[in-house]
Design a protein around this ligand. Structure first.
Ligand SMILES: [Ca+2]
Ligand SMILES: [Ca+2]
Ligand SMILES: [Ca+2]
Ligand SMILES: [Ca+2]
Length: 477
């Protein structure tokens, strides 16, 4: 059975007769949509381990083409690992294991960046169940033995480091590391010692605490004052704190004050229940960065319109919501929220949004750009995981057994009025489960493709694929 969105806009249109003609007019933005074309699934290589939970595009070997960095959670019979699929020519890949071992168990996040500033390959930071780890290469990135792994931060016990990003937060032009600790509820940033070859000696500073069950982190200059702010989503907090942005104390507080006393004021964005992933980008074309967010298993129907909500309808499916950045950000109490897509529950299964991305899927062809009529708009890509399990009871030591694991990937285009439910188009229906994906052009046609880590019911079928974007350039202006 296929999940489908409830087209709130269509219902409204029928209910209101002809009083709402705007979207009945031919709309150049949505010509040819919904687009039913399924994106072609393309192989990379089979992985060196199992349960790939995240794939990130990055030019790790600093040799031109972007590579895929993959975190593998491993199984009882295989180690957890971080591997790089190096893209050498065209769309062929060669895989190198960068690190493997029990310390990488439960890996949920990887990020790559020029942390050691040594002119060599990029460094990789891995967020794992028991610690935050640093992977450094002292030679040829394609040679496994040139990579070493060491711990940056082992605090937090089980289920600790769920997300990580590498960006310059203190404005010294050197990339820093920021990570979320799910168990301790901490958003923490790390200053990398010059030329770091290991994870020792890193200073760290807490941006926020009390962010229990924080799963997702995103970085952007939200208020447009030139420094990078953060958005974190924490499922275990009151609805008045679930999705927040953390305001960088620059430029008012600088130097030593920034490190020791820099307070990152936290501001509420919205209270969507059980947020799983957030993404940042302008969604309504007003030039201000907005927030897209998906939510998780069973606990959904958190209306994004309200700051908080009391009723809770576990029978309805998960949603993708978006929050519009208010014009007067300084004085905003929370951001107006809208449902972008709502998915029906599938009886006997749990459905949750495993990832959300904001991207312009059909950028104009740079060699032949069309006359600009309408500003290009971003689309939203969401992946949903659909589980069917036998009932389990942990109290009796009975673990539920997976009967099926599959996923759907969809993309959504906004109407001129982006507050209506968006128009859904197909990416792929997959017989494996997609975890955290990434977006980037894999075949040099100037259109972003999707890279998807796939976890199958049959472990040997686990793999990382990429999905080839079939949209004509500029098809949705
Ligand atoms: Ca920095
Ligand atoms: Ca800022
Ligand atoms: Ca906006
Ligand atoms: Ca492409």
């Amino acid at each position: 059975m296929r999940t489908r969105i409830t087209l709130l806009g269509l219902v409204l249109l029928i209910a209101s007769g002809t009083n709402c003609p705007i979207d009945l007019l031919p709309n150049p933005r949505l010509a040819g949509l919904p687009n039913p074309t399924t994106w072609t699934t393309q192989p990379t290589t089979t992985g060196p381990s199992q349960k790939p939970s995240i794939a990130v595009l990055s030019n790790v070997d600093a040799q031109g083409l972007r590579d895929i960095v993959v975190g593998y959670q491993g199984t009882s019979s295989t180690f957890a690992a971080v591997a790089a699929m190096f893209r050498s020519t065209g769309t062929t890949f060669e895989t190198t294991t960068l690190a493997y071992g029990p310390e990488l168990s439960g890996i949920d996040a990887v990020a790559a960046g020029n942390l050691a500033d040594d002119g060599g390959p990029l460094e990789v930071v891995a967020g794992c169940r028991n610690g935050l780890y640093y992977l450094h290469c002292s030679g040829d990135a394609h040679n496994s033995s040139h990579w070493t792994i060491s711990m940056i931060d082992g605090s937090g016990g089980m289920e600790a480091w769920k997300d990580v990003a590498i960006r310059d937060l203190d404005g010294d032009m050197k990339p820093d590391v920021v990570a979320l600790n799910w168990r301790q509820g901490i958003v923490r940033w790390f200053r990398v010692p010059p030329g770091a070859t290991t994870g020792t000696g890193w200073e760290h500073f807490d941006i926020a605490q009390g962010r229990e069950h924080a799963r997702s982190l995103a970085v952007a200059d939200l208020d447009g004052d030139g420094d990078l702010d953060l958005v974190s989503a924490a499922a275990g907090t009151a609805c008045t704190h679930r999705i927040m942005w953390h305001e960088n104390p620059l430029p008012g507080v600088r130097g030593a004050d920034f490190y020791q006393d820099g307070v990152w004021p936290g501001h509420l964005i919205g209270g969507l229940a059980n947020p799983s992933r957030v993404a940042l980008g302008d969604l309504d074309g007003d030039g201000r960065i907005d927030v897209a967010v998906g939510n998780g298993i069973g606990e959904n129907d958190g209306s994004p319109e309200k700051k908080c909500f009391t009723d809770h309808s576990p029978q309805s499916g998960p949603i993708v919501a978006w929050y519009r950045q208010p014009e007067d950000l300084k004085n905003a109490v929370n951001w107006p929220g809208f449902i972008l897509a709502k998915f029906n529950e599938i009886p006997g299964s749990s459905v949750f949004v495993s990832d959300v991305l904001i991207v312009n899927l059909d950028p104009p062809d740079p060699t032949n750009p069309p006359p600009k009529v309408i500003e290009p708009r971003n689309e939203v890509v969401a992946s949903l995981s659909i589980h069917r399990d036998t009932p389990g009871n942990p109290a009796e030591g009975v673990t539920s057994a997976a009967l099926s694991r599959r996923s759907i990937v969809r993309w959504f285009a906004p109407y001129d009025d982006a507050t209506r439910a968006w128009l859904e188009s197909n990416v792929a229906d997959l017989s494996s489960e997609v975890w955290r994906m990434d977006v980037g052009d894999m075949n040099d046609d100037n259109k972003p493709d999707l890279v998807v880590p796939l976890i199958d019911l049959i472990p040997t079928q686990d793999r990382v694929n990429w999905l080839q974007n079939p949209l004509p350039n500029g098809s949705t202006p």
